[in-house]
Design a binder for this molecule. Structure first.
Ligand SMILES: [Fe+2]
Length: 306
């Protein structure tokens, strides 16, 4: 960890704030950015259209369980996407048309400048976030860009481990769509850790969550930040800055959900053979010159490098 003063976490609890984009009667979209990506969560009615004219890079579309269903079109392909699915959309023109009411979450990279500019917290990143590793694109998929669609139910093991990671990656990001939780996290088995030079978004769509965060100290006492232990309702998202020690736990009695998002993809996860579900579709990058471990602290077994 360095002596640099960490950037403050961005927290968005959507129903407590105005949306950043509205299609009257059809959709309301809350846009929260990090240094290298943005999370856009839309409440949609049937017929709502979420369109990209010429998106520079791939983006991801998460339709949560109980969320909206939609047709997703790009490059002459069309997919009938159901709730509880992930779709990777190729660069270029694309269109999502909701066929039922519910939530649609999109993750777009920094290259989607118009989306980044709409974010409610764009001022937080006005300095360009120089502490972050650059979001270099990883190699193109083996068979070229196309719509890639993953119904998620097949990757859940009912009655299995409480924490079931489900990790997917593209050329520009990596998401971990944990199987939803019916029981609460054991408070003697938390995993406070930090990331040296990349940020993490934790998107929570069900239940209530506490994101514990501790900011690194710098040499100036007056700039020290208090720990954060605030409880958040859902749907909501938190952007955890680089170097901030963090761990999240769910509270209350309801089903809970948490999806982690990283951009660029995490090399430590991508190198764990068999860990990234769609790893056979995307080549790994050549080993970078700076190949050190980027994550420190208390880690659970699944979080450790392979
Ligand atoms: Fe983390």
């Amino acid at each position: 960890m360095t002596n640099r003063l960490p950037r403050k976490a961005s927290k968005a609890e959507f129903h407590k704030m105005q949306p950043q984009a509205v299609e009257p009667g059809k959709s309301r979209t809350w846009i929260t950015r990090a240094g290298n990506f943005a999370v856009a969560v839309s409440e949609v009615e049937p017929g709502a259209v979420l369109e990209r004219d010429a998106n520079p890079e791939e983006y991801m579309v998460i339709l949560p369980p109980g969320g909206a269903s939609a047709t997703i079109e790009a490059d002459g392909q069309i997919i009938d996407a159901k709730p509880d699915s992930l779709t990777i959309v190729p660069p270029g023109a694309s269109r999502i048309t909701a066929t039922s009411k519910g939530l649609v979450a999109r993750v777009l990279s920094k290259a989607s400048a118009d989306i980044m500019a709409l974010a409610w917290n764009s001022d937080t990143y006005a300095d360009g976030a120089p502490e972050l590793a650059p979001p270099d694109l990883w190699p193109m998929p083996h068979d070229g860009y196309r719509l890639r669609h993953y119904p998620l139910g097949q990757y859940a093991k009912p009655g299995g481990e409480r924490i079931q990671p489900r990790v997917f990656r593209s050329t520009n990001m990596l998401v971990n769509l944990f199987v939803h939780y019916q029981t609460r996290r054991d408070t003697t088995q938390l995993s406070p850790h930090w990331h040296d030079d990349f940020e993490q978004a934790s998107l929570t769509l069900n239940g209530r969550w506490v994101h514990h965060m501790r900011y690194n100290w710098g040499p100036d006492l007056s700039s020290w930040q208090p720990d954060e232990h605030g409880e958040m309702g859902t749907p909501s998202v938190v952007i955890i800055p680089a170097t901030v020690v963090h761990t999240s736990r769910d509270v209350g009695d309801e089903e809970t959900s948490l999806y982690d998002i990283f951009c660029p993809p995490r090399l430590d996860f991508a190198r764990k053979k068999g860990f990234v579900i769609n790893e056979s579709e995307y080549p790994l990058p050549d080993a970078p010159a700076d190949d050190k471990t980027k994550t420190g602290g208390s880690l659970l077994a699944w979080q450790k490098p392979g």
